[in-house]
Write a protein that binds this ligand. Structure first.
Ligand code: FMN
Length: 185
């Protein structure tokens, strides 16, 4: 797929089928993520790939964390949270490393990991897959971070939910750049 076609043609697909993705396909996505630019060659992205029952483990952590914060919450609500990671056959959590050296700037690591997320979205689109970049409260949840092996002050940049498209969104045109640019000549 041509690069401009990929960039302009990609849309978020939140409803995907449960059909599993092969390891080969998932690794293609990770490989695209790992081509992102990054300062000082620190490769600050951390990918945690959840498939099959791995998604259930995350759901258990999320629902337990929710119950800790909301004791006595109705079971129905807790069950809904537990099921959130099951919305796609593959969930890729992307974390950003904390700077390990004074010359490394945290926002640059976050920027690089964000670029990795976009690369994954574009690669998924080029492979005919559907994907959505999600965060929500779970990206800031201490128990979720612990489950991934991340430090409490480490940032989760996103959860990329990916699978074969089920329901395609209605076509729409993104707003252009014109009101977001200043030309200095
Ligand atoms: C950092 C980040 C976090 C996001 N978190 C969510 C989210 O938790 N839930 C959601 O529905 N959309 C979320 N979105 C928005 C979607 O990923 C998507 O970009 C948006 O719906 C626009 O659709 P498009 O990608 O087709 O332009 C997030 C986007 C970004 C960049």
């Amino acid at each position: 797929m041509e690069i401009f076609e990929a960039i302009h043609g990609r849309t978020t697909v939140s409803k995907v089928k449960q059909d599993e993705l092969s390891r080969d396909i998932i690794e293609k996505l990770l490989s695209a993520g790992a081509q992102a630019p990054n300062h000082h060659k620190v490769r600050p992205w951390r990918f945690v790939v959840l498939t099959g029952d791995g998604r259930k483990k995350l759901g258990d952590v999320m629902s337990a964390s929710f119950l800790d914060r909301n004791p006595g919450a109705p079971t129905e609500g807790v069950d809904k949270i537990r099921a959130l990671p099951l919305r796609a056959p593959v969930v890729i959590a992307v974390g950003a490393d904390k700077p390990a050296d004074t010359k490394i700037i945290e926002v640059e690591n976050i920027s690089a990991a964000s670029a990795a997320c976009q690369n994954i979205l574009l690669a998924a689109h080029a492979l005919g897959l559907g994907a959505i970049w999600r965060t929500g409260e779970w990206a800031r949840d201490a128990k979720v971070k612990e489950f991934f092996g991340f430090a409490e002050d480490q940032h989760i940049i996103g959860f990329i939910y990916v699978g074969h498209p089920d329901v395609m969104p209605d076509p729409y045109t993104r707003v252009g750049f014109e009101d977001r640019v200043t030309w200095v000549e």
